[in-house]
Write a protein that binds this ligand. Structure first.
Ligand SMILES: [Zn+2]
Length: 343
């Protein structure tokens, strides 16, 4: 059996506090206005400055915390670089503001930067129509469709303008940070080209949202790519992390640093296996994505979570369609139904 999950640190840093997680790697925790109410960010010390991994969501509280940290913990050396794991607003949200305030350059996978730039442009009639059509096809009725109306412009409200220029990082590229080699591991499924960073010398993985303890990273179909099969990308990405040493210290984007990576990878794969089985069993009769959501998610969901949950349901349905185990048919009214296909 793989090693169990172990949390080597007591407690968590308060907002704006800086705590050393590994030599030269510092743990910062910032607030988020969601049920998942925090994000972990990582400051890496270099001879002539600092590199930060991810930036936090755009809000005054996080900006004030960064200003405090730069004036105290980081005083005397500039913030030279931001390496951002992926385009989600809690990770890239303050990149533009930090570039302006501290002069830091943005390093990021090209697809993640490009999607951030596109979504950062805000709502448009085409985006609103794309959202409306997508959630209607998933089975949303009039009440839920009211929530969709304002949603296509949400992303832009949670970020400062994304920097115009980027320094692209790529899979397997080795970055020198603080005199150590950090290898980029690109994964899919949670976002398009999510970058994690692994340092063999320290035995540390900065995982972003690709591998989380306690919660399964969100793997969803979204209106911008309605035919996507993100679960295939996500499950394939887990193999990349299985190659890392079993005692790797994982520094995740949410919750607490942990060891026991092999066990966590196995639990994530088992979680999706179980959901795939329930998804398949739910579709003996034709079902919409929304109907499958009610089978997979028994707890109550707030107005924000329902979009992640229906996206997750569609991810499992699309995965089964892609493997020939489910058939999708779309009715004349635009609503799509999924039904078991016996092998
Ligand atoms: Zn994310």
């Amino acid at each position: 059996m793989p090693a169990e999950i172990h949390y080597p640190f007591d407690g968590v840093p308060t907002n704006g506090e800086v705590r050393e997680a590994a030599p030269g790697v510092f743990w910062v925790r910032m607030p988020l206005p969601f049920r998942l109410d925090h994000i972990n960010l990582w400051l890496l010390e270099e001879d002539d400055g600092w590199t930060v991994i991810d930036t936090g969501i755009a809000c005054d509280e996080t900006k004030a915390a960064w200003e405090r940290i730069m004036a105290t913990h980081c005083a005397g050396k500039p913030l030279r670089r931001m390496i951002v794991t992926h385009f989600h607003p809690d990770h890239v949200g303050l990149a533009g503001w930090m570039a302006d305030c501290f002069g830091a350059a943005l390093w990021m996978p090209l697809a993640e930067w490009a999607v951030a730039r596109v979504l950062g442009a805000g709502a448009s009639p085409a985006a609103e129509e794309g959202y409306r059509r997508f959630y209607h096809s998933a089975g949303f009725g009039p009440d839920l469709m009211k929530l969709v109306a304002s949603r296509s412009g949400n992303y832009a409200t949670r970020i400062s303008p994304i920097p115009f220029a980027v320094r692209r990082i790529e899979d397997d590229e080795v970055l020198g940070i603080g005199g150590k080699d950090w290898r980029v591991i690109v994964g899919g499924g949670h976002s398009y080209e999510h970058a994690s960073l692994y340092c063999a010398e320290l035995g540390v993985l900065i995982a972003g949202d690709q591998v989380l303890p306690q919660i399964s990273p969100n793997v969803s179909v979204w209106p911008t790519e309605p035919e996507a099969d993100p679960l295939r990308h996500f499950l394939a990405s887990l193999d990349r992390f299985r190659q890392l040493p079993a005692d790797t210290l994982v520094l995740p984007g949410h919750r607490r640093p942990f060891t026991g990576l092999p066990g966590r990878l196995q639990a994530l794969a088992a979680h999706h296996d179980e959901r795939l089985t329930r998804t398949w069993e739910a579709c003996e009769e034709p079902r919409t994505g929304l109907e499958v959501l009610h089978v997979l998610f028994e707890q109550s969901l707030d107005d924000h979570q329902v979009f992640f949950a229906v996206g997750e349901s569609l991810a499992h349905l699309h995965y089964l369609v892609g493997r020939g185990r489910m058939i999708r048919t779309c009715r004349d009214d635009g609503v799509c139904l999924f039904r078991q296909h016996a092998a």
